[in-house]
Design a protein around this ligand. Sequence first.
Ligand SMILES: Cc1ncc(COP(=O)(O)O)c(C=O)c1O
Length: 453
Amino acid sequence: MNNNINDLINTDLRHIWHPAAQMKDYETFKPILVKRAKGVYLYTYDDKKIIDIISSWWCNLLGHNNDKINNALITQLKDFEHVIFANFTHKSAIDLVLNLQKILPKNLKRFNFADNGSSSVEMALKMAFQYCMQTGKTKKVKFACLEDGYHGETIGALSVGSLDKYTQIYRPMMLDSIHIKAPDCYRCPFNKNRDCCNAECLSYAKETFELHHEEICALILEPLLQGASGMKIYPIKYLQGIRDLCTQYDILLIADEIATGFGRTGDYFACTKANIEPDLMTISKGLTAGYMPMSIVCTTDKVYDAFYDDYAKGKAFLHSHTYAGNALSCAIANCVIDILINDGVLSKAKESSSYLTKRFNEEFLEHKNVGEIRHIGLIHAIELVSNKESKTSFDASQRIGYRIYQNALSKGLLLRPIGDVLYFNPALNIEKYDLDNAIDIAKHAIFEVLDNL
Ligand SMILES: Cc1ncc(COP(=O)(O)O)c(C=O)c1O
């Protein structure tokens, strides 16, 4: 069997280009061959058990190989898998738009389907732009976004993202977006605390809108949590304030809930938690609980109506994706929403969250390199720093996070830090003993690396 495993891994390395990786790193740190998965555990061919504490890039919402979701998938499969969604429809898609309206902000009533997060962001940007062109706001040709934001990897999505590591080289081919200084609660320039501030940093958005509102068609942001920039959490007040500013300056608000949707922030959506209504919302990841790729742009009657006219007027949204409305994905999404509403998942996640906060504070807070512990919903993050007083980051060349990642994996925990920010973002229905297990491994893995610097 070992020969077999090595053969498979060598074949992988000869042909497969893995995501977001310097493939040379794989020479010394080979890909892990997964044989099966159940709940929060991955099982390898060489009989190792790994806790997936990041729910496989935040999408595996309800545990791997979930019996209810498996059944929903099989039931749909017995009828059919996928049909063209232009001029055709099916019950699973129709059920889904009704189910979504049970949990989304009430103004979102129109749904356009795509097949991954980035493509829904592209769709939302195009929709917002075309909306402005078709409602007489023809000078509004630019997008505003928050610094440190991440919205995906396609060119439009990259253009409204600000993480230099991902975007730098592509700048010459990107859209010219307007980047607004984002909240930075750990290193707040106003010396405030995110739990009781007045969102003073909204002044940056206000100044930008004041100067550029005539050319801005939409602002896109990750509501409450900037995930890819290191699980940066900002206050509800800021999100509410930016909603008001968008209304005031006639700028559409696109809430990218790809990472925050479906219970991740403790409510169904970050927008429902903040009690705001965006003009467009992108959803993916948790929508299909890590089973099948699907994304949706949810929007209002007002936006939809700007496209609705006689064909000859040329106002239609001529945008399509082959897998739009995929029936298997829709069936899964219906099951996910049913579980969220009826199986007490959010209240279980709330209990787990309080427990995790307590344990994180007990186990990690005192360490000299733990700068901040922050949390929202079940997501808990630790930002490591070289100097706690000055909040100075480690030199990136030390690759502290990466070393901890490797160490944790060797002990059976999939942590996958973002730079030097380590985080848990597990399935919402994770059990307490699995959290305990993950904390024990994380503790050893983190301190072994830090204490040997
Ligand atoms: C907020 C946000 N938007 C968009 C994306 C891109 O989604 P995808 O990787 O499915 O293209 C991500 C992925 O992590 C995300 O976190």
